[in-house]
Design a protein around this ligand. Structure first.
Ligand code: NAP
Ligand code: MG
Length: 480
């Protein structure tokens, strides 16, 4: 006899969503001059709210507000005082964490268990961590008197809306820069709630400005002549376009782009633990994770056994209402992303890979994709080369460590990798040879503000987090 879980939905009563939302410029909510757009709940396709659209005039006002705040207040303030604001913001994120988690799940489609236990706590941790740095920057290894850069333009994607905002805003403010941030079109709501938190924290006007809009708003922000630095997280194609746009200007740039990580399992690995890591690696956040372990490399002698265990585990995953506390797999963020996943998985079948999914009931409304595993995958297949950004795993095999390294590095990307083995010496040898910015050993998808994150090759450049991440927002030159 199997027992079924009773539904355990999180209440939405804690959030109050405004039916129409303004831009946040110079410490005030102000209407945008473009045509407003709607944001939906991808699990139900219901409209949640209308969002203001920033046009060129609004982008200008936001950059001007950030410049004024930089010149008059923020760059002149002591690190100790800046730190106090960051601590205050961190505590407010904690205090309002339930509200933020529910809002994130409604707007993004991710399971409440993840927004509650991962996204929001790590967002708060980024502010706490960087608050601690604000008055110690001269000891960070960037010279005796490291200076901020000025006004920073930040553009982020939809997969971890509040968390990516925290990765961007916390180091920028701690180092004395002011910010104009554009969230992704489908997930603006938690960024606007964060704007409210800035007001609640009494952050001086103009230090943080949030402008909502589509890709075009992002382009105008990045191109604005009074911006000193651009920090972008998103697709490789847009990252490359930004790099071209700002070439020849004085602007500094960091790019966090796509990935196609190898998760490498050796025959001496603890298989049950590895299976948990494989599941976490590719099915966490519906696979909408730039560092997802989307290519599983199994040593040939344990391949069959591992795939069997993996399939048994996947049968137990629960897909459905993201607000249910028992849900493992939530909704795909948009129809557009769902279409991309469908297209790439179809190519997997057409090119001869073998497709498997557990039986699961797909809800009628909303955007969903069952967890999917492809075996018989070769390195030439599109599903082994292109980023799917969905709950789809491609399994390849190898015989020797050298073959594993060759296959792991046979990609245009280089963001992350996983190594599963009981030998410490093998972990170190592999980590040195895998061309990836982050290498996890006997675990996967672990994030911590003290640890730098970033890529090689087409996964971008620059690091976020840790003492290394501070360098992206500092200069040893005199800027004013
Ligand atoms: P995307 O299309 O590149 O969008 C990212 C952000 O850029 C959005 O805010 C987008 O606005 C904006 N944008 C679009 N065109 C622009 C332009 N020409 N100039 C300036 N901004 C522009 O990426 P996505 O499809 O939303 O996100 C998925 C991708 O992000 C994946 O490839 C994933 O690997 C990558 N990602 C990387 C990391 C990392 O840390 N390396 C983390 C998360 C995601 P709109 O939303 O309005 O289009
Ligand atoms: Mg939405």
């Amino acid at each position: 006899m199997t027992f079924q879980y009773a539904p355990a939905p999180e209440s939405t009563a804690i959030v109050n969503i405004n039916s129409s939302n303004d831009l946040f410029i110079n410490g005030e909510f102000t209407p945008g001059h473009g045509n407003p757009f709607k944001t939906i709940n991808p699990a139900t396709e219901e409209v949640l709210a209308e969002i203001a659209h920033a046009n060129e005039e609004d982008v200008n006002s936001a950059v001007m507000a950030a410049r004024k705040a930089y010149d008059k207040t923020w760059s002149k303030m002591s690190g100790r005082d800046r730190g106090k604001y960051l601590f205050r913001i961190a505590r407010l994120i904690q205090e309002r964490s339930r509200e933020l988690a529910v809002l994130e799940t409604l707007d993004n489609g991710k399971p409440i268990r993840e927004s509650r236990d991962v996204d929001i706590p790590i967002a708060a941790a980024h502010f706490f961590y960087h608050a601690g740095w604000a008055d110690k920057l001269e000891f960070a290894g960037y010279g005796d008197n490291p200076r901020p850069l000025g006004v920073v333009a930040q553009v982020i994607p939809w997969n971890f809306p509040l968390l990516m905002l925290a990765w961007k805003i916390a180091p920028a403010l701690a180092t004395g820069n002011t910010v104009v941030l554009k969230p992704a079109e489908t997930t603006s709501l938690t960024a606007l709630l964060f704007a409210e938190i800035c007001q609640q924290a009494d952050l001086p006007p103009g230090v943080v400005n949030i402008i909502t809009g589509a890709g075009e708003t992002g382009r105008m922000l990045v191109e604005h002549p009074d911006v000193n630095k651009v920090a972008f997280t998103g697709s490789t194609a847009v990252g490359q376009a930004i790099q071209r746009q700002i070439a020849g200007t004085h602007k500094r740039l960091t790019l966090e782009l796509g990935g196609k990580a190898a998760n490498i399992v050796f025959d001496d690995a603890p298989i049950d633990q590895a299976v948990e890591g494989i599941v976490n690696g590719i099915f966490f956040n519906q696979g909408h994770v730039c560092c997802a372990g989307s290519r599983l490399l199994l040593q040939e002698s344990i391949a069959e056994q591992t795939i069997d265990s993996l399939k048994r585990r996947l049968v137990t995953l629960r897909l459905g209402d993201p607000l249910d506390k028992n849900t493992d797999i939530g909704a795909i963020n948009s129809r557009e992303q769902l279409d991309r996943i469908i297209d790439l998985t179809k190519s997997g079948e057409d090119e001869g890979a073998q497709r498997w999914s557990p039986d699961c009931v797909i809800p009628q409304k909303g955007f969903w994709f069952a967890p999917t595993v492809f075996t018989n995958v070769t390195q030439a297949h599109r599903i082994a080369r292109e980023e799917i950004f969905g709950p789809v795993l491609s399994v390849l095999t190898f015989r020797t460590p050298d073959e594993a390294i060759e296959k792991a590095n046979n990609t245009a990307y280089g963001l992350s990798a996983g190594i599963w083995t009981e030998k410490g010496s093998r972990i170190l040898a592999m980590a040195n040879k895998v061309r990836a910015g982050v290498v996890w050993a006997n675990t996967f998808n672990r994030f911590d503000p003290t640890s730098p994150f970033g890529g090689y090759k087409e996964s971008g450049f620059g690091r976020e987090g840790g003492v290394q991440g501070l360098g992206a927002y500092l200069t040893s030159e005199e800027t004013s």
